[in-house]
Design a binder for this molecule. Structure first.
Ligand SMILES: Cc1ncc(COP(=O)(O)O)c(C=O)c1O
Length: 375
């Protein structure tokens, strides 16, 4: 059996190295290394794939969040509602722009922002709801959209972990849309371990609004429309051509690789469902799940550190996403004086098992056998 990795980007590269090396070689000989045709084509292909009107690529997912929030022309101190159970970038972007994060707890089953708790956290300073489509599954955007409409709020979707997953976003219809394309602005990250990852840093912003798209494009490139003519204060946040050409190739594999992840999860679920000290991930009725992570909850009688060591001794890596919720982290503590019990509970009992498109059935069975032997 092959060595088990949490994420196996090397096996994926080895499998497609001929095509990828050729693409890299072409970019190297073209002399165009930042933006250019490869980046433009990637933006067009992402727009077609996601059925999104506008796509603007940038340097990474954190920048994408900053650019999205900056484009909304908010005032210092305006409030942004977001979950505390996410990667730090989500709150970082809010704070870097001088906005105030308002943490709202997540739902126990889906691990996603709980729409039932949003309204009581809205004040006259609230301007944005920032749902995070964690671990590969979209938030309940149908309900979040209704709240945003009622209070005239923007929605910025953090789809860094959910590219390619579709969500039922309308009240009484079966219509589905891709994550990142339903709110006013959506963002994603192309960090190497993401479902659509490059070989460095990269990110993208999606919107259906031409004005916002134009504003974001200016912001991401020094505020310039034409070279050396600067209309606004901007950033340097551009995607390079090498990453774009790799992403174009990997985009063509995205549906297949997301399907493979779903198959891995189905097999894990089938075997681990009967283990009474494990809660397997819930698949919600409002979204597809593309399993960026396969995260289980351990019963409180299980010592997670010991369990993790037990797995490691058998050659199985695992990760804790996330060990400390953001409202308990030093730079963000003062924004919340409330307990957020679901996030706090999950951070103590959650653990993620290896999942990636290259994980083989034999490896899944080995992992499950070892897990079951723990008790
Ligand atoms: C939920 C979430 N938001 C934002 C980001 C930021 O992306 P990046 O690492 O590309 O800056 C990440 C990824 O790492 C993420 O998981």
């Amino acid at each position: 059996m092959k060595k088990i990795h949490m994420v196996d980007v090397v096996s994926e590269y080895n499998k497609y190295s001929e095509q990828i090396n050729k693409r890299i070689q072409n970019v190297l000989s073209s002399g165009v290394y930042i933006q250019g045709t490869e980046v433009q084509k990637l933006e067009q292909e992402l727009s077609v794939f996601l059925n999104s009107k506008y796509t603007v690529t940038c340097a990474n997912g954190t920048d994408a969040l900053c650019l999205a929030l900056r484009a909304l022309d908010l005032k210092q101190g305006d409030e942004v509602i977001l979950p505390p159970f996410t990667f730090v970038s989500t709150v970082e972007a809010v704070c870097l722009l001088g906005l105030k994060p308002v943490f709202v707890d997540i739902d126990r089953d889906s691990f996603l922002l709980n729409p039932a708790l949003i309204e009581k956290n809205i004040s006259d300073k609230t301007k944005v709801i920032l749902p995070v489509h964690l671990f590969g599954q979209c938030c309940n955007l149908r309900q979040i959209k209704l709240i945003a409409k009622k209070y005239n709020l923007f929605i910025v979707e953090d789809a860094a972990q959910s590219i390619g997953s579709q969500c039922f976003y309308k009240k009484s219809s079966k219509d589905m849309k891709y994550s990142g394309t339903i709110g006013d602005i959506g963002i994603t990250s192309f960090y190497p371990s993401k479902n659509l990852g490059c070989y460095g840093d990269g990110g993208a912003i999606f919107t259906q609004n031409q004005k916002l798209a134009h504003h974001i494009r200016l912001l991401a490139n020094h505020g310039q429309e034409k070279k050396y003519v600067h209309k606004i204060v901007g950033f340097n946040s551009r995607l390079d051509a090498l990453q774009a050409t790799i992403l174009r190739f990997k985009l063509s594999l995205l549906n297949t690789s997301n399907n493979k992840r779903q198959k891995v999860a189905t097999e894990y679920n089938r075997i681990l469902k009967s283990v009474d000290w494990i809660t397997t991930p819930m698949e919600s009725s409002f979204s597809e799940h593309v399993y960026h992570q396969y995260s289980i909850i351990l019963s409180s009688k299980i010592d997670r550190n010991k369990f993790q060591k037990f797995l490691l001794n058998a050659g199985i890596p695992s990760m804790i996403y996330y060990p400390i919720p953001l409202h308990q982290q030093k730079p963000y503590k003062h924004f919340s004086n409330e307990n957020l019990p679901v996030s706090e509970m999950l951070s103590k009992h959650i653990i993620s098992l290896p999942i990636h498109p290259e994980l083989e059935v034999e490896q899944i069975h080995f992992i499950c056998d070892v897990v079951k032997k723990y008790i």
